[in-house]
Write a protein that binds this ligand. Structure first.
Ligand code: HEC
Ligand code: HEC
Length: 336
Protein backbone atom coordinates (compact mmCIF):
# COMPACT_ATOMS: atom_id res chain seq x y z
CA UNK A 1 0.00 0.00 0.00
CA UNK A 2 2.72 2.39 1.11
CA UNK A 3 4.85 1.74 -1.98
CA UNK A 4 1.91 2.29 -4.30
CA UNK A 5 1.22 5.57 -2.48
CA UNK A 6 4.87 6.62 -2.88
CA UNK A 7 4.87 5.66 -6.55
CA UNK A 8 1.75 7.77 -7.03
CA UNK A 9 3.37 10.82 -5.46
CA UNK A 10 6.47 10.25 -7.59
CA UNK A 11 4.43 10.10 -10.79
CA UNK A 12 2.53 13.27 -9.89
CA UNK A 13 5.78 15.08 -9.19
CA UNK A 14 7.27 13.90 -12.49
CA UNK A 15 4.23 15.15 -14.38
CA UNK A 16 4.44 18.48 -12.61
CA UNK A 17 8.13 18.90 -13.41
CA UNK A 18 7.56 17.89 -17.03
CA UNK A 19 4.70 20.40 -17.20
CA UNK A 20 6.85 23.23 -15.89
CA UNK A 21 9.63 22.28 -18.26
CA UNK A 22 7.35 22.35 -21.30
CA UNK A 23 5.79 25.67 -20.27
CA UNK A 24 9.16 27.33 -19.74
CA UNK A 25 10.45 25.93 -22.99
CA UNK A 26 7.42 27.21 -24.86
CA UNK A 27 7.88 30.77 -23.72
CA UNK A 28 11.54 31.13 -24.72
CA UNK A 29 11.61 33.81 -27.42
CA UNK A 30 12.78 32.16 -30.61
CA UNK A 31 14.35 35.03 -32.47
CA UNK A 32 17.80 34.49 -33.89
CA UNK A 33 20.43 33.58 -32.91
CA UNK A 34 19.33 30.00 -32.53
CA UNK A 35 18.38 28.91 -29.01
CA UNK A 36 20.15 25.70 -28.21
CA UNK A 37 17.13 24.43 -26.24
CA UNK A 38 14.86 24.85 -29.26
CA UNK A 39 16.73 23.30 -32.16
CA UNK A 40 16.34 19.77 -33.40
CA UNK A 41 19.73 18.32 -34.13
CA UNK A 42 19.61 15.86 -37.00
CA UNK A 43 22.30 13.24 -37.57
CA UNK A 44 24.66 14.35 -40.27
CA UNK A 45 25.80 12.27 -43.17
CA UNK A 46 28.21 14.39 -45.11
CA UNK A 47 28.55 12.28 -48.25
CA UNK A 48 24.85 11.94 -48.72
CA UNK A 49 23.99 15.46 -49.77
CA UNK A 50 24.87 17.29 -52.96
CA UNK A 51 27.82 19.64 -52.80
CA UNK A 52 28.74 22.19 -55.47
CA UNK A 53 32.05 22.05 -57.36
CA UNK A 54 34.95 23.89 -55.67
CA UNK A 55 36.58 27.27 -56.32
CA UNK A 56 39.70 25.44 -57.52
CA UNK A 57 37.59 23.68 -60.14
CA UNK A 58 36.06 27.00 -61.15
CA UNK A 59 39.49 28.50 -61.75
CA UNK A 60 40.20 25.73 -64.27
CA UNK A 61 37.13 26.38 -66.41
CA UNK A 62 37.81 28.06 -69.77
CA UNK A 63 34.82 30.38 -69.18
CA UNK A 64 35.59 31.05 -65.48
CA UNK A 65 34.99 34.79 -65.86
CA UNK A 66 31.56 34.26 -67.39
CA UNK A 67 30.63 31.79 -64.63
CA UNK A 68 31.73 34.28 -61.98
CA UNK A 69 29.66 37.04 -63.55
CA UNK A 70 26.68 34.68 -63.51
CA UNK A 71 27.21 34.02 -59.81
CA UNK A 72 27.55 37.75 -59.14
CA UNK A 73 24.21 38.33 -60.90
CA UNK A 74 22.54 35.65 -58.77
CA UNK A 75 23.99 37.13 -55.56
CA UNK A 76 23.46 40.81 -56.32
CA UNK A 77 20.71 40.82 -58.94
CA UNK A 78 19.33 44.10 -57.69
CA UNK A 79 22.58 46.04 -58.17
CA UNK A 80 22.52 45.07 -61.85
CA UNK A 81 18.83 44.66 -62.69
CA UNK A 82 16.86 46.22 -59.81
CA UNK A 83 15.03 49.57 -59.64
CA UNK A 84 18.46 51.27 -59.46
CA UNK A 85 20.20 48.67 -61.62
CA UNK A 86 23.49 49.35 -63.45
CA UNK A 87 22.64 47.19 -66.47
CA UNK A 88 18.84 47.51 -66.66
CA UNK A 89 15.94 48.42 -64.41
CA UNK A 90 13.67 45.43 -64.85
CA UNK A 91 13.10 43.76 -61.45
CA UNK A 92 11.54 44.41 -58.02
CA UNK A 93 14.87 44.79 -56.20
CA UNK A 94 15.17 41.26 -54.82
CA UNK A 95 18.21 39.08 -55.48
CA UNK A 96 17.96 35.55 -56.86
CA UNK A 97 20.02 34.60 -53.82
CA UNK A 98 17.33 35.85 -51.42
CA UNK A 99 15.46 32.65 -52.32
CA UNK A 100 18.24 30.52 -53.87
CA UNK A 101 20.47 30.68 -50.84
CA UNK A 102 24.27 30.79 -50.96
CA UNK A 103 24.09 31.52 -54.69
CA UNK A 104 21.94 28.43 -55.21
CA UNK A 105 24.24 25.97 -53.43
CA UNK A 106 22.65 25.40 -49.99
CA UNK A 107 21.17 21.98 -49.20
CA UNK A 108 17.36 22.39 -49.42
CA UNK A 109 17.99 26.11 -49.78
CA UNK A 110 16.17 26.06 -53.15
CA UNK A 111 19.50 25.28 -54.81
CA UNK A 112 20.23 24.68 -58.49
CA UNK A 113 21.65 21.15 -58.06
CA UNK A 114 19.13 19.51 -60.38
CA UNK A 115 18.64 22.26 -62.97
CA UNK A 116 21.33 21.44 -65.54
CA UNK A 117 20.52 17.73 -65.19
CA UNK A 118 16.73 18.01 -65.69
CA UNK A 119 16.22 20.82 -68.23
CA UNK A 120 14.88 21.13 -70.86
CA UNK A 121 11.80 19.57 -69.32
CA UNK A 122 8.04 19.56 -69.75
CA UNK A 123 6.27 21.77 -67.23
CA UNK A 124 2.53 21.77 -66.59
CA UNK A 125 2.48 25.49 -65.75
CA UNK A 126 3.32 26.48 -69.33
CA UNK A 127 2.15 23.22 -70.91
CA UNK A 128 5.41 23.16 -72.86
CA UNK A 129 8.98 21.92 -72.75
CA UNK A 130 10.98 24.62 -71.04
CA UNK A 131 14.63 25.44 -71.54
CA UNK A 132 16.75 26.64 -68.63
CA UNK A 133 16.56 30.18 -70.04
CA UNK A 134 12.75 30.02 -70.02
CA UNK A 135 12.82 28.80 -66.42
CA UNK A 136 15.17 31.61 -65.35
CA UNK A 137 12.85 34.11 -67.04
CA UNK A 138 9.89 32.58 -65.17
CA UNK A 139 11.57 33.70 -61.95
CA UNK A 140 12.38 37.09 -63.53
CA UNK A 141 8.70 37.65 -64.30
CA UNK A 142 7.21 36.10 -61.15
CA UNK A 143 9.59 35.94 -58.19
CA UNK A 144 11.30 39.16 -59.24
CA UNK A 145 7.99 40.54 -60.56
CA UNK A 146 9.91 41.97 -63.54
CA UNK A 147 10.67 41.59 -67.21
CA UNK A 148 12.36 38.69 -69.00
CA UNK A 149 16.05 38.89 -69.88
CA UNK A 150 17.12 38.72 -73.52
CA UNK A 151 17.85 35.01 -73.98
CA UNK A 152 20.96 35.78 -76.07
CA UNK A 153 22.19 38.63 -73.87
CA UNK A 154 25.36 38.70 -71.76
CA UNK A 155 23.47 38.44 -68.46
CA UNK A 156 21.35 35.40 -69.36
CA UNK A 157 24.36 33.62 -70.85
CA UNK A 158 26.36 34.24 -67.68
CA UNK A 159 23.54 33.00 -65.42
CA UNK A 160 23.15 29.85 -67.51
CA UNK A 161 26.86 29.12 -67.54
CA UNK A 162 26.93 29.44 -63.75
CA UNK A 163 23.94 27.10 -63.29
CA UNK A 164 25.44 24.63 -65.79
CA UNK A 165 28.74 24.71 -63.96
CA UNK A 166 27.01 24.00 -60.62
CA UNK A 167 25.56 20.87 -62.20
CA UNK A 168 28.82 19.50 -63.63
CA UNK A 169 28.99 16.56 -61.20
CA UNK A 170 25.31 15.62 -61.59
CA UNK A 171 24.38 12.94 -64.15
CA UNK A 172 21.71 13.77 -66.73
CA UNK A 173 18.27 13.08 -65.25
CA UNK A 174 19.52 12.85 -61.64
CA UNK A 175 18.12 14.85 -58.73
CA UNK A 176 20.76 14.76 -55.98
CA UNK A 177 19.69 14.51 -52.34
CA UNK A 178 19.02 17.94 -50.87
CA UNK A 179 18.25 19.62 -54.19
CA UNK A 180 15.55 22.25 -54.49
CA UNK A 181 13.08 22.70 -51.61
CA UNK A 182 12.41 20.32 -48.72
CA UNK A 183 9.08 18.45 -49.04
CA UNK A 184 7.19 19.09 -45.83
CA UNK A 185 4.55 16.57 -44.67
CA UNK A 186 0.95 17.82 -45.02
CA UNK A 187 -1.03 18.83 -41.95
CA UNK A 188 -4.39 17.16 -41.39
CA UNK A 189 -5.99 20.57 -40.83
CA UNK A 190 -6.04 23.82 -42.83
CA UNK A 191 -2.97 26.02 -42.25
CA UNK A 192 -3.99 28.85 -39.93
CA UNK A 193 -3.11 32.48 -40.87
CA UNK A 194 -4.14 33.75 -37.42
CA UNK A 195 -1.63 31.49 -35.68
CA UNK A 196 0.86 32.41 -38.39
CA UNK A 197 0.43 36.09 -37.66
CA UNK A 198 1.48 35.69 -34.02
CA UNK A 199 4.41 33.48 -35.03
CA UNK A 200 5.49 36.01 -37.65
CA UNK A 201 5.65 38.74 -34.99
CA UNK A 202 7.68 36.49 -32.74
CA UNK A 203 10.12 34.93 -35.22
CA UNK A 204 10.31 36.89 -38.46
CA UNK A 205 9.47 40.55 -38.19
CA UNK A 206 12.69 41.60 -36.45
CA UNK A 207 14.32 41.24 -39.87
CA UNK A 208 11.53 41.25 -42.45
CA UNK A 209 9.81 44.13 -40.60
CA UNK A 210 6.32 44.42 -39.09
CA UNK A 211 4.88 45.53 -42.45
CA UNK A 212 6.65 42.67 -44.28
CA UNK A 213 8.35 44.98 -46.75
CA UNK A 214 11.92 44.23 -45.71
CA UNK A 215 14.84 46.59 -45.18
CA UNK A 216 17.00 48.23 -47.86
CA UNK A 217 20.72 48.97 -47.43
CA UNK A 218 21.90 52.57 -47.07
CA UNK A 219 22.46 53.04 -50.81
CA UNK A 220 18.99 51.72 -51.48
CA UNK A 221 20.17 49.42 -54.26
CA UNK A 222 19.82 46.09 -52.48
CA UNK A 223 17.85 44.57 -49.58
CA UNK A 224 19.55 43.65 -46.33
CA UNK A 225 16.33 41.82 -45.40
CA UNK A 226 14.16 41.04 -48.40
CA UNK A 227 10.41 41.74 -48.46
CA UNK A 228 7.84 38.99 -47.85
CA UNK A 229 4.88 40.94 -49.17
CA UNK A 230 4.02 44.37 -50.59
CA UNK A 231 5.00 46.07 -53.86
CA UNK A 232 8.58 44.80 -54.00
CA UNK A 233 7.80 41.17 -53.23
CA UNK A 234 7.14 38.18 -55.51
CA UNK A 235 3.81 38.18 -57.35
CA UNK A 236 0.94 35.71 -57.04
CA UNK A 237 2.25 33.69 -59.99
CA UNK A 238 5.53 32.87 -58.18
CA UNK A 239 6.54 29.52 -56.72
CA UNK A 240 6.63 30.81 -53.15
CA UNK A 241 2.95 31.76 -53.43
CA UNK A 242 2.22 28.05 -53.19
CA UNK A 243 2.00 27.13 -49.52
CA UNK A 244 4.07 23.94 -49.82
CA UNK A 245 6.95 25.83 -51.47
CA UNK A 246 6.94 28.58 -48.84
CA UNK A 247 6.55 26.23 -45.87
CA UNK A 248 9.22 23.82 -47.17
CA UNK A 249 11.60 26.70 -47.84
CA UNK A 250 11.33 28.26 -44.39
CA UNK A 251 11.42 24.90 -42.59
CA UNK A 252 15.09 24.35 -43.47
CA UNK A 253 16.20 27.99 -43.89
CA UNK A 254 14.39 30.43 -41.62
CA UNK A 255 14.72 32.20 -39.25
CA UNK A 256 18.14 32.99 -40.74
CA UNK A 257 20.62 30.45 -39.35
CA UNK A 258 18.34 27.43 -39.76
CA UNK A 259 19.50 24.61 -42.03
CA UNK A 260 18.61 21.02 -42.88
CA UNK A 261 20.73 20.02 -39.89
CA UNK A 262 19.34 22.62 -37.52
CA UNK A 263 15.67 23.32 -38.05
CA UNK A 264 13.98 25.90 -35.84
CA UNK A 265 10.33 25.86 -36.90
CA UNK A 266 8.03 22.91 -36.30
CA UNK A 267 6.11 21.69 -39.36
CA UNK A 268 2.91 23.28 -38.03
CA UNK A 269 4.63 26.61 -37.46
CA UNK A 270 6.05 26.58 -40.99
CA UNK A 271 2.60 25.92 -42.55
CA UNK A 272 0.85 28.53 -40.38
CA UNK A 273 3.43 31.24 -41.11
CA UNK A 274 3.19 30.42 -44.83
CA UNK A 275 -0.60 30.85 -44.60
CA UNK A 276 -0.22 34.24 -42.95
CA UNK A 277 2.46 35.63 -45.31
CA UNK A 278 0.66 34.42 -48.44
CA UNK A 279 -2.59 36.06 -47.34
CA UNK A 280 -0.94 39.51 -47.31
CA UNK A 281 -1.14 41.90 -50.32
CA UNK A 282 1.37 41.43 -53.16
CA UNK A 283 1.70 42.25 -56.86
CA UNK A 284 -0.38 40.27 -59.32
CA UNK A 285 0.34 38.91 -62.76
CA UNK A 286 -1.95 37.81 -65.60
CA UNK A 287 -2.00 34.02 -65.18
CA UNK A 288 -4.65 33.27 -67.83
CA UNK A 289 -2.15 31.33 -69.94
CA UNK A 290 -0.89 29.21 -67.02
CA UNK A 291 -1.86 25.56 -66.55
CA UNK A 292 -3.43 24.95 -69.99
CA UNK A 293 -4.21 21.46 -68.67
CA UNK A 294 -6.24 22.32 -65.57
CA UNK A 295 -5.89 18.83 -64.10
CA UNK A 296 -2.12 19.37 -64.08
CA UNK A 297 -2.25 22.16 -61.49
CA UNK A 298 -0.38 21.41 -58.27
CA UNK A 299 -2.78 20.73 -55.41
CA UNK A 300 -1.66 23.87 -53.57
CA UNK A 301 -2.09 26.25 -56.49
CA UNK A 302 -4.63 28.56 -54.90
CA UNK A 303 -6.38 29.97 -57.99
CA UNK A 304 -9.14 28.18 -59.91
CA UNK A 305 -10.56 26.80 -62.09
CA UNK A 306 -10.02 23.24 -60.84
CA UNK A 307 -11.27 19.87 -62.07
CA UNK A 308 -11.46 18.27 -58.62
CA UNK A 309 -14.39 20.13 -57.04
CA UNK A 310 -12.39 21.53 -54.10
CA UNK A 311 -12.62 25.25 -53.27
CA UNK A 312 -9.92 27.89 -53.84
CA UNK A 313 -9.75 28.19 -50.07
CA UNK A 314 -8.89 24.54 -49.59
CA UNK A 315 -6.39 24.65 -52.47
CA UNK A 316 -4.76 27.56 -50.69
CA UNK A 317 -4.70 26.48 -47.03
CA UNK A 318 -5.43 22.75 -47.12
CA UNK A 319 -6.04 20.19 -45.79
CA UNK A 320 -4.25 18.90 -48.91
CA UNK A 321 -4.43 15.15 -48.32
CA UNK A 322 -8.05 14.82 -49.59
CA UNK A 323 -7.18 16.84 -52.71
CA UNK A 324 -4.16 14.65 -53.35
CA UNK A 325 -6.28 11.52 -53.00
CA UNK A 326 -8.94 12.86 -55.38
CA UNK A 327 -6.29 13.85 -57.91
CA UNK A 328 -4.87 10.33 -57.86
CA UNK A 329 -8.37 8.85 -58.30
CA UNK A 330 -9.11 11.14 -61.26
CA UNK A 331 -5.79 10.24 -62.89
CA UNK A 332 -6.56 6.51 -62.43
CA UNK A 333 -10.04 6.89 -63.97
CA UNK A 334 -8.48 8.65 -66.94
CA UNK A 335 -5.98 5.85 -67.46
CA UNK A 336 -8.44 2.94 -67.10
C1 HEC B 1 11.03 35.14 -54.27
C2 HEC B 1 11.86 33.98 -54.35
C3 HEC B 1 12.66 33.72 -55.63
C4 HEC B 1 13.51 34.56 -56.29
C5 HEC B 1 13.87 35.99 -55.94
C6 HEC B 1 14.02 33.81 -57.42
N1 HEC B 1 13.50 32.56 -57.42
FE1 HEC B 1 13.94 31.07 -58.73
N2 HEC B 1 12.62 29.83 -57.79
C7 HEC B 1 11.88 30.16 -56.69
C8 HEC B 1 11.01 29.07 -56.35
C9 HEC B 1 10.04 29.01 -55.18
C10 HEC B 1 11.24 28.06 -57.32
C11 HEC B 1 10.51 26.71 -57.47
C12 HEC B 1 11.14 25.65 -56.64
C13 HEC B 1 10.27 24.40 -56.60
O1 HEC B 1 9.19 24.37 -57.19
O2 HEC B 1 10.68 23.46 -55.93
C14 HEC B 1 12.27 28.59 -58.21
C15 HEC B 1 12.80 27.87 -59.28
C16 HEC B 1 13.86 28.29 -60.05
C17 HEC B 1 14.55 27.48 -61.03
C18 HEC B 1 14.20 26.02 -61.35
C19 HEC B 1 14.74 25.11 -60.27
C20 HEC B 1 14.50 23.65 -60.53
O3 HEC B 1 15.17 22.83 -59.86
O4 HEC B 1 13.66 23.30 -61.35
C21 HEC B 1 15.54 28.24 -61.57
C22 HEC B 1 16.54 27.84 -62.63
C23 HEC B 1 15.47 29.55 -60.93
N3 HEC B 1 14.45 29.54 -60.01
C24 HEC B 1 16.32 30.60 -61.19
C25 HEC B 1 16.20 31.86 -60.61
C26 HEC B 1 17.02 32.99 -60.98
C27 HEC B 1 18.15 32.96 -61.98
C28 HEC B 1 16.60 34.04 -60.23
C29 HEC B 1 17.05 35.48 -60.30
C30 HEC B 1 17.03 36.07 -61.63
C31 HEC B 1 15.54 33.55 -59.35
N4 HEC B 1 15.32 32.24 -59.62
C32 HEC B 1 14.90 34.31 -58.37
C33 HEC B 1 11.95 31.33 -55.97
C34 HEC B 1 12.67 32.45 -56.34
C1 HEC C 1 17.91 37.39 -38.59
C2 HEC C 1 17.14 37.89 -39.68
C3 HEC C 1 16.04 37.04 -40.27
C4 HEC C 1 14.98 36.43 -39.59
C5 HEC C 1 14.70 36.46 -38.11
C6 HEC C 1 14.18 35.79 -40.62
N1 HEC C 1 14.72 36.01 -41.85
FE1 HEC C 1 13.94 35.40 -43.63
N2 HEC C 1 15.56 36.13 -44.60
C7 HEC C 1 16.58 36.83 -44.01
C8 HEC C 1 17.57 37.16 -45.02
C9 HEC C 1 18.85 37.95 -44.80
C10 HEC C 1 17.11 36.60 -46.22
C11 HEC C 1 17.84 36.61 -47.57
C12 HEC C 1 18.97 35.61 -47.56
C13 HEC C 1 20.04 35.90 -48.59
O1 HEC C 1 19.88 36.78 -49.43
O2 HEC C 1 21.08 35.22 -48.49
C14 HEC C 1 15.82 35.98 -45.93
C15 HEC C 1 15.02 35.37 -46.89
C16 HEC C 1 13.72 34.92 -46.65
C17 HEC C 1 12.81 34.44 -47.66
C18 HEC C 1 13.04 34.38 -49.15
C19 HEC C 1 13.10 35.75 -49.77
C20 HEC C 1 11.82 36.55 -49.69
O3 HEC C 1 11.90 37.66 -49.16
O4 HEC C 1 10.76 36.10 -50.15
C21 HEC C 1 11.66 34.07 -47.02
C22 HEC C 1 10.41 33.51 -47.65
C23 HEC C 1 11.88 34.29 -45.60
N3 HEC C 1 13.14 34.82 -45.41
C24 HEC C 1 10.94 34.03 -44.62
C25 HEC C 1 11.19 34.19 -43.26
C26 HEC C 1 10.25 33.79 -42.25
C27 HEC C 1 8.88 33.23 -42.50
C28 HEC C 1 10.85 34.05 -41.04
C29 HEC C 1 10.32 33.73 -39.67
C30 HEC C 1 10.04 32.35 -39.40
C31 HEC C 1 12.14 34.63 -41.32
N4 HEC C 1 12.31 34.70 -42.67
C32 HEC C 1 13.02 35.07 -40.34
C33 HEC C 1 16.69 37.19 -42.68
C34 HEC C 1 15.85 36.76 -41.68
Amino acid sequence: MNTIYKAGIFMLLSLLVAGIYITVNDTIPQNTPIQSTQVNQKPENKDDFWTPPTEAQLAEESNAEQIKYGRELIQHTSIYLGPKGKVAKITNGMNCQNCHLDAGTKVWGNNYAAVASTYPKFRERSGATETMAKRVNDCMERSLNGKALDTNGTEMKAILSYINWLGTKVKKGDKPKGSGIYELAFLDRPANPEKGKALYAEKCQSCHQPNGTGLLNETGNEFVYPPLWGKQSYNQGAGLFRLSRFAGFIKTNMPLGASHKITILSDEEAWDIAAFVNSQPRPSKDLSKDWPNIAGKPIDHPLGPFTDGFSEKQHKYGPFQPIKKKKEQLAQQKNS
